[in-house]
Unconditional design. Structure first.
Length: 430
């Protein structure tokens, strides 16, 4: 499989892929290529198909971008490689897959890189994942100049979208909303300490996201008196119990609370005392339990910021709406960059036209020298000028007669044929 180097890269650009949402769980397991496998897979695939190829594998998709005339042959090779020779799996992959070619493939890449095709619109992870796969492809030799140029312009478009729109602004998940509020209250989370009350799914889920957001100091509060096995296995933190609640709240900046108690664990009187001892430093409390174990009256205390799951959901919904309103602006930027890139690529293909013009001029020169070998150089140059200008002058007269010589055309003609040297009057006839 080879590519003609002078061929427009857009004409041979394709993408094939699958979104995991359209696949069964068993098929998803076979399709997923983890980050440690991409390098070997990319290198092996390039050796099989002999064309530039980018392998992108994320938590919700696997895609292959490549430059080749024969899309069907490459598709067969890639999907059979994924299916590991299992014909039934191959057919399932083929049935669940999608493919785009030429301009549609280019548009798909630009939208994916800008996170307009993501489950969460505007999420930044996909941009980094594509760039990581790009780096691996270059290291293995699977990506060279043509695909590299396409990818670089996709990154440029994605950066414009993120810079010029609000597509990435505003939290769109409960966890992101919680982190946004925590940062608004406390600033850099790496300097904060969090208390995790209970070992429920919601508290652990939020704890993991706070850890990913660079919060490192945790206290895990157990409902059991022996304090055994109360912190998640992937966390390092202190262990305490509910008898120490007031003392703990004096030490932390964030409290995430969910317990099985039927009574209020945190009361207004307790918090008033805690805030005073904290010298009125703000406290962010996340109430994720059902039923709540926090006295709602503590909201009356200025230094306490109490949020529950409904509050976080409203913030996330607002973020989704904000991103949705920015989508039209983002799509406009993608269209602009697609047009710009297409013009740039097509501009590289004017070489045949330029060569035709040069060859035509040289042919006239050779004809004059052949037909009039004894003419002086001045006579030869004058004859050559007359011949070279015969068709242009005839065409200009026809345009004038047909009333097609508008101002724009006249300016173009002057730009093509008139010298920058100062005009010194008529030097010839026409």
């Amino acid at each position: 499989m080879t590519i003609v180097s002078s061929q427009n890269c857009i004409d041979i650009f394709h993408v094939i892929g699958l979104k995991y949402g359209a696949c069964s769980s068993s098929l998803r397991e076979k399709l997923f290529i983890n980050e440690h496998e991409i390098q070997d897979f990319s290198k092996s695939l390039y050796q099989s198909i002999k064309c530039e190829v980018l392998v992108v594998s994320t938590c919700d998709r696997v895609e292959f971008y490549f430059l080749e005339n024969n899309i069907e042959m490459v598709t067969q090779v890639i999907f059979r490689k994924l299916s590991l020779g299992d014909e039934q799996v191959f057919r399932k992959i083929l049935a669940a897959s999608y493919k785009y070619s030429k301009h549609s493939a280019l548009q798909h890449l630009f939208r994916v890189a800008a996170a307009l095709d993501s489950h969460i619109i505007g999420e930044p992870q996909i941009f980094g994942q594509i760039r990581s796969s790009h780096r691996i492809g270059k290291e293995t030799g699977a990506i060279r100049s043509q695909l590299n140029n396409i990818l670089e312009h996709a990154y440029f478009a994605a950066k414009r979208v993120r810079k010029e729109t609000n597509i990435g602004q505003g939290p769109v998940t409960i966890a992101a909303a919680a982190i946004r509020v925590a940062r608004d209250i406390n600033g850099d989370l790496s300097h904060c300490k969090a208390a995790i009350f209970g070992n429920e799914e919601a508290t652990i889920f939020l704890s993991e996201h706070f850890k990913a957001a660079n919060l490192r100091n945790f206290i895990f509060i157990s409902e059991n008196t022996d304090n055994s096995d109360q912190s998640p296995t992937n966390f390092v933190g202190e262990i305490a119990n509910y008898d120490e609640t007031a003392k703990i709240l004096m030490l932390v900046d964030i409290a995430i609370i969910s317990t099985n108690s039927l009574n209020y664990v945190i009361t207004k009187e307790m918090i008033k005392s805690v805030i005073k001892k904290r010298q009125y430093k703000p406290l962010f409390i996340l109430d994720v339990g059902v039923p709540s174990v926090i006295d709602p009256a503590i909201e009356d205390i200025d230094e306490v910021f109490l949020y529950n799951l409904d509050d976080l959901e409203r913030i996330a919904l607002k973020g989704k709406n904000q991103r949705g309103s920015a989508l039209a602006e983002a799509e406009q930027i993608i269209d602009e960059e697609l047009e710009r890139f297409t013009k740039r690529i097509n501009g590289k293909n004017i070489e045949p036209l330029l060569r035709e013009i040069i060859n035509s001029m040289n042919q006239e020169r050779l004809e004059v020298l052949k037909q009039k070998p004894n003419l002086s150089s001045e006579a030869v140059s004058q004859l050559l000028v007359n011949r070279l200008l015969h068709i242009p002058i005839t065409t200009i007269k026809e345009l004038y007669t047909d009333e097609e010589l508008d101002e724009r055309t006249e300016l173009l003609i002057r730009k093509l044929f008139t010298s920058t040297a100062k005009w010194k009057g008529d030097t010839g006839e026409f």
